[in-house]
Design a protein around this ligand. Sequence first.
Ligand SMILES: [Zn+2]
Length: 325
Amino acid sequence: MARLLLGFDIGGTKIGIGLGDENGKLMGQKRIDNIDTDPGVILPQMLDIARGLAADAGVKIADIAAFGISAPFPADARNGILLAPTNNKRWNNVPILDTFRRELGIPGCFENDANCGALAEWYFGAARNCRDFIYLTMSTGIGGGIVANGKLIRGGNSLSAGEMGHICLDPNGRKCNCGQRGCYESFCGGRAVADRMREELADQPDSRIMRIAGSPEKIDMRTLEQAMREGDAYAVRLWDEMAFRNAQAIGMFINIFNPEKIVLGTLAWAVGKLYTDPIMEYLPRFCWRQMRGDCEIVCSELRRDIGSYAGIAAARNYLYENPER
Ligand SMILES: [Zn+2]
């Protein structure tokens, strides 16, 4: 019988709790708001919901093989402690992993959310059966996870490997949120690109992008996409530059890891070929032909449901890495 798994997905505004099995069958899930919450209140609530989902499915918590927590960084990942994620300032120093292990009485793990996205695509999505692949979120920021030689790469002490959005593509580029200049994310992350458009178009209220958005604060990637589709010269140029920088970064990853697949999230599946085709055109400049030939570039299969699988995939991977459990 397929082993049962419990997943917790802590997002900036919502928390998802899900019960499923190791084959990716979801048996129940629930989402609650996570805006300015107090961990002293919401942790017990998450546990109650988990117990409720188990009861509804007619299983005991003790019958669940493992739980997984998908959490935003910063965090002390080794010890499963949350350290004031940007959107949850009151969550400082919350030992969520120990608390849940003690309260649920089953083994569990704590994993950063970008890695959980990679694990979800690995076990249940576009990267099934791959031994070497890279998952890239293409959302407000750029993050991801690397699976090499059949194992998630976590890195050393701070378990921070896979911060692919912050490789430097141009030391003279725009300042990135992280403090460096010219990071991949500063060229292709949704927030950075929107900030750039707002700056560059500040004195052009009649520009197509400003007109589509209605007001500067509404400018986002979808505004850029629409303006580009309408043939706006500024948007076409910016879109092309984004493709070039995406290819530059992805080409490096291909040459370093020789992956079978690169799985692209969010913007890539939302926009489709108009996003990925120009990247493919620039790719030959940035990686070797043979390795490019080895690598398939695909969009996320789980798409907007990826959060429902994040914690469950972490639990599934925990069992894979700890087979004695
Ligand atoms: Zn950066």
